[in-house]
Design a protein around this ligand. Structure first.
Ligand code: SAM
Length: 287
């Protein structure tokens, strides 16, 4: 079954009386070239693939062929009969109905993928929760090799930007801390049914074994980074001072010690420089 074929997909959805819901980010892929590329980038035959939001199962079917085992989490119970039909010929997949943001994914991975050499998250993400899902996956330090996901093109550019470039934001710094990122390929809006108002891109985040920077206090670092990028037109000193209530003189001194200009903007700084400032502001004994 070529489920990514428009008339095949429409036929299945129609036969089950299924109507897509915009509020759940239900834009289903109808481009047969996309899912095989995503699956091949994320998995090999030793991989346990965790999918979030199978929809009608277009990507799920490709993951079944590329991976050892697939566990897919879908929020919308109305898709139960659809997935029963579209995955009927696959014997290495388990569908779990629930909210991916609320399930205990560490326990799920330990239980379902114990016999897999690595675990990958591969999904065409619901765009209304792209960043929360990616941050939850990274911050919970799950034993994942890579996160290969379709996101909105602008989100892809922000998530995979170089820290120290104009496109960088707080989320760029967070992604960079946990993973190496790359945009694999772009996907136009016409590859979906119904077509969304935006173009998309598939990104791959390869998780680092160990962060590249040493931090005194991770939580405080990320609070600092959030403040750094909260008011993009202001200098770092001004935005951090107003966001965290740190005196400007203290910030000026930290920048000076690192040989940085007092008028520097956060977007111009590297990971090492951001970490250097944070480590001066929050020394170890402050924990
Ligand atoms: N994978 C399919 C495809 O590529 O055609 C569907 C992708 S569609 C963009 C996103 C899917 O995520 C929908 O099926 C939607 O119901 C599901 N979804 C939305 N929020 C979710 C959540 N919190 N947990 C799990 N699935 C969710």
């Amino acid at each position: 079954m070529e489920l990514a074929d428009y008339s095949t997909l429409m036929g299945v959805l129609k036969s089950e009386g299924f109507m897509t819901k915009k509020s759940l980010g239900q834009n289903f892929l109808v481009d047969p070239t996309v899912c095989p590329r995503m699956a091949a980038s994320a998995c090999d035959k030793q991989t346990g693939a965790l999918e979030i939001g199978p929809g009608a199962g277009v990507l799920t079917r490709q993951l079944c062929d590329a991976a050892k085992k697939v566990v897919t989490i879908e929020l919308d119970e109305r898709l139960r009969p659809v997935l029963k039909k579209t995955l009927a010929d696959k014997d290495n997949v388990e569908v779990i109905f629930g909210d991916a943001m609320k399930l205990d994914l560490a326990a799920l991975i330990a239980e379902k993928f114990a016999d897999c050499r690595k675990v990958a998250v591969c999904a065409n993400l619901p765009y209304y929760i792209t960043s929360p899902i990616i941050m939850m996956l990274l911050e919970s330090r799950l034993p994942i090799d890579n996160i290969t996901v379709m996101v909105q093109k602008e989100a892809a550019e922000r998530l995979c930007a170089k820290v120290g470039s104009r496109q960088a934001g707080a989320v760029t710094v967070a992604v960079n801390y946990y993973a190496e990122s790359e945009i694999l390929f772009k996907v136009g809006r016409d590859s979906f049914m119904p077509p969304p108002n935006v173009d998309s891109a598939v990104i791959r985040l390869t998780l680092r074994q160990k962060p590249e920077i040493a931090l005194n206090d991770e939580k405080k670092f990320f609070r600092f980074v959030k403040a750094c990028f909260a008011q993009r037109r202001k200098t770092l000193i001004n935005t951090v001072s107003s966001g965290l209530g740190i005196p400007k003189d203290t910030l000026r001194q930290a920048l000076e010690e690192l040989g940085l200009d007092a008028t520097a903007r956060s977007e111009a700084l590297t990971m090492e420089e951001l970490a250097g400032i944070a480590n001066r502001l929050f020394p170890v004994e402050d924990k």
